[in-house]
Design a protein around this ligand. Structure first.
Ligand SMILES: Nc1ncnc2c1ncn2[C@@H]1O[C@H](COP(=O)(O)OP(=O)(O)OP(=O)(O)O)[C@@H](O)[C@H]1O
Length: 692
């Protein structure tokens, strides 16, 4: 109870006069009762100033003056204006919380009042009556003067009353009958208190009116004001409680709405580990419905290894604890964070919140941020040549089946680009993770691939780290330059591909993984198998499907297309208008042998666009090696420069033609001008293996 309330009650109990603004206004001086009654006609008829009368309370006197200014008729018998049923219905609806809170209190107080000749009125802040209660006799008398729900009894409509003054002064008021402005009320004693909400606004008044005929006025004076004030305070406290409950419910509903909108799982546990709340996503993760799980112990659904006790003991949160959760027959990897819930003093723990994120999702984010992102699709692969179209066709076909794909082709032909396109075709929502086996030190490949547990080897991060295989879960792992995969790691990789699970270095449990592996190389991997530099079993696992990316020189039709594409792209990136290409440039580009393939062509165009003048790329704007064409197949000098043997030239011719025809033996033999039998003999001689 606040100090103002305590003051008011003390004041009443001690029967002292109010000393400050919050103390009640009590105008119950019995000696002046008659004087006020006699003076009132002089004020009404002769306009004598009530403020100058020593027996008049100043606030009451001012209210009389206002009442007169409002042209209130002091002799009226039916008081105030009335609402129509619709208006009353709406007002009662607006004040629902006040009425629902106050009425039970009014009923309770009424039954304990020592006499039953009281009439109790509840008004809103405008003085409109919302509820009344009284014995039949009192009720009839009060109804006769319009003291009923829907009547507006404000200072403007019926002049000075206890409750009108309570609204104006913001404090309890007790008035002797003659102080009321209207004559019809002058034999009553009324006590009123404003009802104030948590923001300090008056939202209504509570009034107890008593007929004074044959009563002991002194006793009534003390009791009725005390009752009304304590009833008012009880209503205010209850209203605040209801408001808090209402706000809490609103916060709770908002929280529930947020939790059901997020795509992460949230579970709250009490200190005994019982699930008190769970959102839809968490229930989905556990493969159950919310009612099935609520009020159960968390270990019924989640591993008892989850360090829930530790959080309760230390009060410290745990972030990104990795665990598996069984959902039906499958086990899925999750990251779990546990936050302690404290009470309002921040000391006692009242439970914990568990956040469950699917590792796959987190990994996708990590790989996104780590730069491994698949941007290319089959549509963004430029080319119209027969060779590239056949390659794309095969790649699309193979991408539907979740088996290993081996991409072979010279450096810069677009192997990584094809890997990305396959990924985006088959698993666009999963992560795309690339590991270049040639660019990381051999001794780090293992930990990069399989990850490691916390503190598993010197220099390891304290928290441990998932490897590329784990990161690729749900997506695609590209093992670029697979020929450089250390032979000792190959059996572990093979086991992982076969069993679809991985164990981190220093770990003691397997983590289930589901990913598509694509290997890429510019080496003859099968040759390496024969030379025992690459394991045969792993080769067959990786090369279930083989795609040979044709070199640029076998894609005659694409060279100009790609050139124009790069010129436009590079110019756009630089904010330039794309320059034209002179005829000589186009011929040169077409005839050049492009040993560095598309990457070389792209780089050459970066150079050319930068060198171009007056919107034209001329022959002099090309890099030297292209102008001088050291690698031209037509140039006998360059052949001798590279000291190729006839055997090498023949082998290359066969390989290039095979690539060009998409490994069609009959077409290849035709183009080379030899018979098919001779061609098969040459395959054997040069160890050329056709993809199955
Ligand atoms: N068909 C194509 N359309 C557009 N750009 C292409 C195409 N093919 C390759 N490129 C571009 O050529 C460059 C080389 O491609 P990529 O890196 O995929 O080749 P790679 O065969 O994986 O090379 P390496 O063997 O050196 O790793 C990239 O910049 C790529 O964007």
């Amino acid at each position: 109870m606040n100090q103002a309330k305590v003051n008011a009650i003390n004041c009443l109990l001690n029967s002292t006069m109010p000393k400050n603004k919050n103390e009640p206004l009590i105008d119950m001086n019995l000696e002046s009762w008659k004087e006020i009654k006699n003076f009132k006609p002089r004020f009404i008829n002769n306009n004598e100033d009530p403020q100058k009368m020593s027996f008049m309370n100043l606030d009451v006197a001012k209210s009389w003056i206002r009442s007169k200014e409002f042209r209130v008729d002091p002799y009226m018998q039916t008081l105030g204006t009335s609402m129509n049923p619709k208006e009353l219905h709406d007002r009662i609806n607006d004040k629902k919380m006040l009425i629902e809170t106050a009425v039970p209190f009014i009923n309770k107080y009424y039954t304990v009042l020592s006499t039953s000749d009281y009439y109790i009125i509840l008004t809103d802040e405008t003085g409109t009556i919302l509820f009344t209660l009284g014995e039949q006799g009192e009720a009839n008398a009060f109804y006769a003067i319009n003291a009923r729900p829907g009547a507006n009894w404000s200072e403007q409509t019926i002049g000075t009353t206890a409750h009108a003054l309570s609204i104006t002064l913001g404090k309890p008021v007790q008035l002797a009958g003659p102080c009321n402005y209207c004559m019809v009320l002058q034999d009553n004693i009324s006590s009123s208190t404003p009802i104030i909400d948590e923001t300090g606004d008056i939202i209504g008044t509570l009034v107890v009116v008593q007929m004074t005929a044959n009563r002991n006025i002194n006793k009534t004076q003390i009791h009725s004001l005390g009752w009304v004030i304590s009833m008012g305070y009880a209503i205010e406290d209850e209203l605040q409680l209801r408001k808090r409950n209402y706000d809490l419910k609103a916060v709770n509903n908002t929280l529930q709405a947020i939790l059901s909108a997020v795509d992460e799982g949230f579970i709250t546990l009490n200190t005994d580990g019982i699930i008190t709340h769970i959102n839809k996503e968490a229930a989905k993760t556990l493969g159950k419905s919310i009612p099935e799980i609520e009020n159960k112990h968390f270990t019924e659904y989640m591993s008892n290894r989850i360090p829930f006790d530790k959080v309760l003991q230390t009060g410290k949160p745990i972030h990104d604890y990795e665990t598996t959760i069984a959902n039906g027959n499958s086990e899925v990897q999750y990251l779990i964070s546990i936050e302690p819930i404290q009470n309002d003093t921040g000391e006692i723990l009242v439970g914990t919140v568990i956040r469950i994120s699917r590792s796959e999702k987190v990994n996708r984010l990590v790989t996104h941020r780590g730069g491994s992102e698949a941007t290319y699709t089959f549509k963004s692969i430029i080319g119209k040549s027969k060779a590239i179209n056949k390659t794309i066709e095969d790649a699309i076909k193979f991408s539907q089946i979740p088996a290993g794909i081996l991409l072979t082709g010279e450096s810069g032909t677009g192997k990584e680009l094809f890997a990305q396109a396959i990924h985006n075709h088959a698993r666009p929502d999963g992560p795309f993770v690339a590991l270049n086996c040639a660019s990381i030190p051999r001794n780090l490949i293992e930990s990069e691939l399989f990850g490691y547990e916390a503190g598993s080897f010197t220099g390891a991060e304290r928290k441990g780290r998932p490897g590329k295989i784990e990161l690729a879960n749900g997506g695609t792992l590209l093992l670029d330059e697979i020929g450089d995969m250390p032979i000792e790691i190959q059996p572990v990789l093979l086991r992982c591909l076969q069993d679809k699970k991985v164990m981190r270095l220093g770990g003691n449990h397997y983590i289930p993984v589901n990913f598509r592996v694509i290997a890429a190389t510019n080496k003859d991997l099968y040759q390496m198998v024969q030379e025992k530099q690459f394991r045969e079993d792993l080769y067959f696992r990786l090369a279930i499907f083989k795609i040979i990316i044709p070199p640029l020189r076998a894609r005659d039709d694409d060279i100009i297309l790609l050139t124009q594409y790069f010129v436009e792209q590079i110019s756009q990136r630089m904010g330039l208008i794309a320059p034209d290409l002179s005829k000589e440039v186009l011929t040169k580009i077409k005839n050049y042998s492009w040993p560095g393939n598309i990457r070389q062509l792209e780089n050459a165009m970066v150079y050319a666009v930068n060198m171009a003048q007056d919107g034209l790329i001329t022959i002099n704007n090309l890099p030297d090696e292209i102008i001088n064409d050291y690698n031209s197949n037509n140039d006998m000098d360059s052949i001798s420069n590279r000291l190729l043997s006839m055997v090498e030239i023949e082998k290359r011719a066969i390989e290039n033609t095979l690539t060009y025809t998409g490994n069609n033996v009959a077409d290849t033999a035709d183009i080379l001008g030899i018979g098919k039998t001779t061609l098969y003999r040459k395959f054997k001689e040069y160890s050329i293996i056709l993809p199955k």
